[in-house]
Design a protein around this ligand. Structure first.
Ligand code: IVH
Length: 724
């Protein structure tokens, strides 16, 4: 039986009361009974969904819900705000198991102009080494504004469904996806034994409007747009709620698959249709980029008439062998791009300018607006970027402004409608002090756009933002430790630095004293923290919040240095070298070998490198890092299962011109074979591939006695001899 206890009510009394027929309950008894049921059902929901450890049978649980429903029917005015009848389906819960995608779920790079699309095509041509006459067939299809999902079929039978999550790990929402009408349970015809079909779950505009209308009637919070609504509806704990929500699914790609499904993406779409999936009927095979651009214009014109939201058109190289050669870079395929529709604009009044302080102390001005709907979303705040932006556009409080919203980007104030400026509106004076209680000076270094608070570690606003970043989804991902908690725990000095989060359990007694916190919520929080005590290296680096080190850079660092110990040791050395040689113009090699190695990582320029070494030059950062590593375990970088090859684990440098494949393709091939590609030759280089007209790098390799090979030998090694 369930171990739930209520104070001051004996078990016998509870049993009697619970058994009393609903018709016999007095008003007072009914109110007390509803309170009891709300608490009890919430408790069982928690056990079932979060702990996956139900204490009562499904039938017993249903009986509780049924009784709650009957009492509410008889006394509608007693329905509680926290009633279980309102809660189920109202709020998505974080109770899904994790699914690691066998093949990562990619996102798309964006193009905003025709030039961006031309660049995309040019990049592909270069990468594949295409000749002037070689055409590229593209499939163009509307970009649906929903959420992507992966459906796994084994021998044609639907066995697992997952959300995208962070691309590597998603949520297991199999039961919910089973209730999406367009998701076939059994595929038709012959299928690969293992087949993961990916696509977009979305809600039609008409279904969205009807759902919100009903929610308004029921006094529930409204969904902002069909995408949020689709996401909320798919992530429901109770699959029957998902079923009611009328979600739909368009299939458009594959994940793990036991055989190549087609020779072209266009034929793959045809096969998807034959297996029983819905494929967007608007998808078009275009013989040339111009045809694809014409399709874009046509779809843009149709946009308002479609019954689903779209935010652009996706172009995909149709030939699968080309897709395979092009591969991906930083979580997006090279063979596809999203051509986004232009941003939407609206006019509204800017009531007030406030200042936000970021985790590195940057002061960002924010426009607080009279709420306005832009492209189906209510916008009440927009970024004003920085001090110069406000001055340049002469933006003042009280002004009527034009705002822009484009996809997921934070809305921004574009311009002022000067004709509507109220009399007496004053020029905005950007603060020179941090708005935090310490009021530290906010200074602007020469050449920098941002003004920064000088309070560093002492500034409570920065501390707060750093912690928030630390626990955020792409970093430590500690669910249940939201910003409200962080603020409170900080105020009570329970958390000061990131490491304190992992020592929070020492304050259990203090937490239990807090109003509204029971044993259960404290345990939930501790469990969520414990679950994150082990973290992959790239997420750890990202969580540190070093300026300019976003997820992509953190991944590059993790991939290059492999372990936290090595990274830390190398960065400390690089910092010493840089301190001795602060000259900006100095070449990385002249600064020192460790600094040069950091800079040799492709895409790490001197700006980012200097931010990293500066971080390691601050003793308080080193202390915080040490403190943190005492608490958590950082996993070494696990390279994706690359083919075992003659060059696995080796460091390669390409130099000179390669004729059969572009430099990027060569790099991608080498990485796929398990090698690391560096841009400069050092003692750590294992192999130098020498193309035509090679210069100093080849010479250096010779001096250092490093193994060298010509292009033909490389092509053979890479499994792509000439003529492929
Ligand atoms: S292809 C490798 N095709 O857009 C395949 N994505 O911004 C990557 N999306 O995560 C996705 N419509 O959720 C593809 N026709 C379409 C799409 C589409 C919508 C979404 C998808 C993706 C996001 C990237």
């Amino acid at each position: 039986m369930h171990g739930f206890t209520l104070p001051c009510v004996s078990l016998a009394e509870r049993m009697t009361r619970a058994n009393k027929p609903v018709e016999d309950l007095t008003r007072e008894q009914a109110a007390a009974e509803l309170a009891r049921l709300a608490k009890e059902i919430a408790h069982h929901d928690d056990l079932y969904y979060r702990k996956s450890a139900p204490a009562i049978s499904d039938a017993e649980y249903d009986a509780l819900r049924q009784r709650n429903e009957e009492i509410e029917k008889r006394f509608p005015d007693l329905v509680r705000p926290d009633s279980p009848s309102k809660r189920v389906g109202a709020k998505p819960e974080a109770g899904f198991a994790e699914v690691r995608h066998a093949v990562p779920m990619l996102s798309l790079n964006n193009a905003f102009t025709r030039e961006d699309v031309a660049d995309f095509i040019a990049r592909i041509r270069r990468f594949l080494g295409l000749k002037d006459g070689d055409g590229i067939e593209l499939v163009a299809e509307p970009k649906i504004d929903g959420l992507s999902a992966s459906l796994r079929y084994e021998k044609g039978k639907f066995v697992l469904g997952a959300t995208r999550g962070d691309g590597a790990v998603g949520e297991n929402v199999t039961e919910n996806l089973r209730r999406v009408r367009d998701v076939p349970h059994q595929l038709k015809g012959r299928t690969p034994d293992i087949l993961e079909v990916r696509g977009e779950v979305y809600m039609a505009r008409s279904d969205f409007a009807a759902l919100n209308k009903q929610r308004e009637k029921d006094g529930l919070a409204l969904y902002a747009n069909p995408r949020n609504s689709a996401s909320g509806s798919l992530r429901q704990i109770d699959p029957s709620v998902t079923a009611e929500r009328k979600l739909r699914f368009f299939a458009y790609s594959w994940g793990e698959i036991s055989e190549t499904p087609a020779d072209s993406y266009w034929h793959f779409l045809e096969r998807l249709g034959r297996w029983g999936f819905h494929v967007n009927p608007k998808a078009k095979l275009c013989k040339s980029p111009d045809e694809a651009l014409a399709f874009y214009e046509q779809v843009a014109g149709l946009r308002a008439k479609l019954d689903y939201d779209i935010d652009g058109v996706v172009y995909k190289v149709s030939r699968i062998d080309w897709q395979q050669r092009l591969g991906m870079v930083s979580r997006a395929p090279r063979w596809a791009i999203a051509h986004k529709f232009p941003a939407e604009h609206a006019e509204t009044v800017l009531n007030k300018i406030t200042i936000q302080v970021g985790r590195t102390g940057t002061l960002t001005p924010v426009a607080n607006l009279e709420p306005v709907t832009v492209g189906g979303v209510v916008v009440a705040r927009a970024t004003l970027h920085n001090e110069d932006y406000i001055a340049e556009k002469d933006i003042r409080e009280g002004d009527t402004v034009v705002i822009q919203r484009a996809g997921d980007v934070i809305p921004q104030v574009l311009e002022v409608v000067k004709a509507k400026r109220p009399r007496g509106a004053k020029e905005y004076a950007f603060p020179t002090k941090c708005p935090c209680p310490l009021k530290s000076d906010a200074v602007r270094e020469p050449g920098e756009a941002a003004r920064r608070c000088t309070g560093a570690l002492a500034c409570p606003f920065q501390q707060f933002e750093r912690l928030r970043h630390f626990v955020s989804r792409d970093a430590f991902d500690i669910e249940g430790l939201g910003h409200v908690h962080i603020e409170k725990f900080r105020a009570e000095s329970l958390i000061d630095t990131p490491a304190d989060i992992f020592r929070l359990h020492k304050h259990k007694a203090k937490l239990l004293e807090r109003e509204g916190w029971g044993e259960q919520s404290v345990t939930n929080l501790f469990d969520a923290i414990e679950a994150r005590r082990t973290i992959p290296l790239d997420k750890f680096i990202y969580a540190l919040g070093i300026r300019q080190v976003g997820q992509a850079t953190a991944r590059l660092l993790a991939k290059h240095y492999r372990s936290l110990d090595r990274w830390q040791a190398e960065m400390r050395e690089a910092q010493k070298e840089r301190k001795k040689n602060p000259d900006e113009m100095k070449r990385a090699e002249e600064v020192g070998p460790h600094y040069a190695e950091l800079r040799s990582i492709e895409q790490i320029g001197f700006g980012v490198a200097d931010e990293i070494v500066e971080f390691f030059g601050e003793s308080h950062n080193l202390k915080a890092l040490e403190d943190l590593t005492d608490e958590v375990t950082v996993e070494d970088y696990a390279p994706p299962a690359a083919k075992k090859s003659a060059i696995s684990g080796k460091t390669i440098v390409f130099t000179g011109t390669l004729t059969a494949m572009g430099r990027n393709e060569a790099k991608a091939r080498a990485e796929a074979l398990g090698a690391t590609v560096a841009s400069s030759v050092s003692k750590k280089t294992d192999l130098v591939v020498v193309g035509a007209d090679a210069g100093s790098k080849a010479k250096k390799a010779e001096e250092l006695g490093i193994e060298m090979m010509d292009e033909d030998a490389w092509l053979k090694l890479a499994g792509a001899p000439r003529g492929e």
